[in-house]
Design a protein around this ligand. Structure first.
Ligand code: SF4
Length: 221
């Protein structure tokens, strides 16, 4: 599925809701819709749903191929968006690996529904993957970027993410986050709450040194 809502860690196709999305709250959802952009990823995180759940072609979020911007826009146009607060680009993979799609779909959203906030969830590899600074391309299109910090140093980060780019991926990710601050109103780095007090404190310090905002979110198994 391309567009979906999330409740208690489960994914529900947008067609579970009325066309004007007015029943999301009464069904226990936040007024947020997620966009499943791609399955591709340049990390292989130990905790990733792609690895830990029965993630194959039978899973409804698994895509046979990357979603196109035209498909996302066609899916948008089947619904009324007056009741929606936020749209989130994510996917079972890394959305910055499909930057053209993210940009075209976000531009459409901002033109047609400027009242809806936009967010992208990313592992922060976008500049490295695309071999250019993509942060400026997100200006005016993405309101919030949520970047997985995962760990307080490069070695721990690589052990968790098993990034294609090795331990260098950690500094790349932090550099990406700092650059995003020039163009995106809300830049948030995230960790999960189960990594221990010392590691959480060390992550706080990493963010403090770079004037980055840290969010500690509950771990969902
Ligand atoms: S970066 Fe995200 S999609 Fe990629 S492996 Fe890690 S958790 Fe999964």
């Amino acid at each position: 599925m391309i567009l979906y809502g999330v409740k208690q860690g489960k994914y529900y196709n947008i067609d579970n809701f009325k066309q004007d999305l007015s029943d999301m709250e009464e069904k226990g959802f936040q007024r947020k819709i997620y966009i499943n952009v791609t399955n591709k990823c340049n990390c292989a995180c130990t905790f990733c749903l792609r690895n830990t759940k029965d993630m194959n072609e039978h899973n409804s979020l698994w895509l046979d191929r990357d979603t196109t911007a035209a498909e996302i826009i066609a899916a948008f146009e089947q619904y009324h968006w007056g009741n929606l607060e936020e749209v989130i680009f994510c996917g079972f993979g890394e959305p910055t690996m499909c930057m053209d799609v993210v940009i075209e779909a976000a531009r459409y959203l901002k033109e047609k529904h400027p009242q809806i906030r936009t967010r992208m969830n990313t592992n922060g590899s976008g500049n490295r993957h695309n071999n250019r600074d993509i942060t400026k391309e997100l200006k005016g299109l993405i309101d919030t970027i949520s970047i997985s910090l995962n760990a307080s140093d490069a070695k721990k980060y690589y052990e968790i993410t098993r990034s294609r780019y090795g331990e260098e991926a950690y500094e790349d990710m932090l550099d990406f986050a700092v650059k995003c601050k020039q163009y995106i109103p809300n830049v948030v780095l995230t960790i999960v709450d189960c990594i221990g007090k010392e590691e959480i404190a060390a992550c706080r310090q990493v963010c403090k040194e770079r004037n980055l905002t840290l969010r500690i979110r509950p771990f969902e198994s």
